[in-house]
Design a protein around this ligand. Sequence first.
Ligand code: ZN
Length: 492
Amino acid sequence: MTKVTPAPIRLFNTMSMQKELLEPAVPGCVGVYVCGPTVYSYIHIGNARTFTSFDVVVRYLRYRGYTVRYVRNFTDVDDKIIKAAHETGEAPVALASRYVEYFREDAKALHMVEPDVAPKVSEHLPEIVRIIQTLVDKGFAYESQGDVYFSVRADKDYAKLSKRNLDDLSVGERVQPGDQKREPLDFALWKAAKPGEPSWESPWGLGRPGWHIECSAMSEKYLGETFDIHGGALDLIFPHHENEIAQSESAHGKDLAKYWMHCGFLDLEGAKMSKSLGNVVRLRDALEKVDAEALRFFFLSTHYRHPLSFSDKALADAEARMEYFYETLRKVDERLAGKDFGAGPVHGEPHRFLGEFECAMDDDFNSAGALGALSGLFGMMNELTDKPPVKDKPLVGRTLLALRDDVRKVSGVLGLFEDDAGAWLLRRRERAVRERGIDVAEVERLLSERTAARAAKDFAAADRVRATLKEKGVEIMDTAGGTSWKVAPAQG
Ligand SMILES: [Zn+2]
């Protein structure tokens, strides 16, 4: 077996603020850690965008020949979980495990690949206690009445990822009365137990971990003291990732991660989505209205680092685009079904689009550019099926086959076009029929009327039926395979 050399990939590193060549510590093998959800509510579409972005990063690295170990954690011990559990009257652990399952359902519904490891905080207390102890022993952390804090002043390069200045950060910050910490910027590694909260044994008494320490402990366990790519949403840079760096690098004396990748924000028609504003769109609510692949297409149509604006119109556009892709694939699949075009040359350069796709993705996972290359590919498919520039049918067939194979390759990277074209289009039509209140029996009746009129060469009558259907929001397509129909795009 020949060994494939992974292709060179450049990625933007938030640490250096530059694009860098990916050079994993172990050539060919990439360790990826992505900060996962805090499991106290359903994830929203902003979270879904972040996880989809890293889903595609991992898929693409594998496509390019890298062996990837993908770790995405669950924060199942947290203030927010405890608060939510008090509201529902559940045990925090029970509430968290319920939302772990909901997250898994959501991730599956959005066609995300499973991480290789999905560790939970509640199952890693020994590792967490061990790293806190190391930080205490090395003088980076101190105990105070059962709490343990990280001493930010003890870490010379604190805030190197966000490039913030410690004195600026401290402006206006005071240690509040009742606080156990020495300096306002110090953050909790361990919190002493309070009644009604989950707690574990530790050298500092019963308590539970602070938020940031879990990622230091779990990334070390599954990827080592230094690993390749650390990812998350933009708003995790400060303080979460900064604190992870402070903890891990102070404990081990080496870099936590070589490359830091951050996914941009998603807003709602220009407004920041936030729980306090009450304008949060949950992923599962979005998936009631829009197809999962169309939502992925919408996310991927903008580079992962850029802001993305969510609106019903943007979703409708994404779904219309997916419909175009699937209509093309249905046509091509019909054309290719059961035929053998033999070996021989192809027309033009069908594989150039895959080359363009890879070029875009090699450049910091530019999925927007990659989708642009796909437009070219689907354009060529349409040209070859609708008005082939050459008469040689086997030549056209071989070219379509080459293009269809490349779509399958791309499909595995983007998590798009994984469905059967006919099934996808039917599902979309059924949803549109429900939303627009279209009477399918009536549509079928009018279609057979039209077929009869055409058979009787009464084209005026056939055209009248087409016009009637159009008024009802139904569009008909006559193809080699017969007449099919779809719901026309909504007006306005
Ligand atoms: Zn984290």
